[in-house]
Design a protein around this ligand. Sequence first.
Ligand code: PNS
Length: 168
Amino acid sequence: MRSAVYPGSFDPITLGHVDVLRRAAGVFDRVVVAVLVNPRKAPAGEVDGRVAAIREAVAEALPDATGQVEVRVFDGLTVEACRTVGARHIVRGLRAVSDFEAELQMAHMNRRLAPEIDTVFFMTALEYGYLSSSLVKEIARFGGDVSAMVPAGVAARLGAPGAEGPRV
Ligand code: PNS
């Protein structure tokens, strides 16, 4: 079985992340979405919300892949998360050339730490190339409409106009 880890903060998951996850599920038998957190910084309830949002998004947007996708929380190195779940690949999305430098550095560093693990990149679909979790949060904070940028459950949690909610 070919397993991959898709690591990230997912704070919150966006439609860009969902797109990368869909494509990864088309290539790997099993994709573990690894929500990487620093337990000293992220309150447990908030992390639970991120995990719930990812699970909801998978059920809603990728119903055929629910058996392939797991969502788990890790605090520590991504390569250790890979070793824990038995994955030999790390999945990351590239939105634009501006992502490349940081991603290249991480991929090389991870390979240095764990030569048996390779990073594979999916180019995020063009329509989501401008999305980022931090921008989504900022827009929502000021009352902007993020309902076309995030899964419906996240939009509701963020209190997007037109979405059901806010839930929190
Ligand atoms: O969603 P993000 O914030 O772009 O994800 C970054 C993330 C979580 C993948 C990266 O910070 C990470 O791998 N953190 C875990 C700690 C680690 O392994 N650091 C070394 C990376 S070379």
